[in-house]
Write a protein of this length. Structure first.
Length: 210
């Protein structure tokens, strides 16, 4: 029995050493472009638009295949807009929603290729919410009203995507990523049941720390 415990302990130490030896950590800034689509009770109009995100990423690899990506976006903009014409009146609405997003994502890498896939949840705290409405009647000058939106809900989402690490020499990798984020919760805690779907294109500069 003592020999069995000794063997188990040695095996555990060996495996721990192997895992530690395979552990790698990279971190760096993220800059991205969002393509946003609003879904929900907007049955007659389609709201869509472009936004951007700015933040940072920590990329951890525990084995050649298994890892974890942690994203923190200090500014994750979900801009959507819509234009309609009724008679001789044109009406345009531009909504800008920005979040502080935190995303802990499971990472699956293809060894010796640079390709990786990721999936996981995200939580966002609203830091900006504005609505700009412009109305133009005939040839008259446009009339614009801008106000701050209220009753914003915390954003919960699911994200899937893939990326590719490109060695840039020394201790630096450049990684393009593409992802899809599905908003699980409504934008507003009261009122319209909007949800935001986002396709994101990002570029990350990763500095190798370990």
């Amino acid at each position: 029995m003592k020999k069995l415990f000794l063997f188990a302990a040695i095996s555990l130490l060996f495996l721990s050493g192997q895992t530690f030896g395979q552990f790698h950590l990279k971190a760096g800034p993220v800059l991205g472009l969002n393509v946003n689509i609003a879904s929900g009770d907007l049955t007659t109009d389609t709201y869509s638009g472009l936004g951007m995100l700015l933040g940072g990423q920590v990329d951890m690899s525990f084995t050649p295949m298994i890892g974890l990506i942690s994203n923190v976006y200090f500014y994750d903009n979900k801009s959507i807009s819509n234009s309609i014409t009724q008679g001789n009146t044109d009406f345009t609405e531009d909504v800008s929603l920005a979040y502080l997003m935190i995303e802990p994502l499971f990472k699956l890498s293809i060894p010796m290729s640079g390709f990786y896939f990721f999936a996981g949840p995200g939580i966002g705290f609203n830091i900006q919410a504005t609505d700009e409405q412009t109305q133009t009647v005939g040839n008259n000058n446009p009339q614009t009203d801008k106000f701050t939106l209220k009753n914003l809900a915390t954003r919960f989402a699911l994200k899937i995507g893939s990326g590719f690490d490109i060695p840039a020499g020394g201790l630096v990798d450049i990684a393009p990523e593409v992802s899809f984020t599905y908003g699980l919760t409504n934008v507003f805690s009261k009122g319209a049941s909007w949800k935001i779907l986002t396709i994101n294109f990002s570029g990350i500069v990763k500095f190798k720390a370990i």
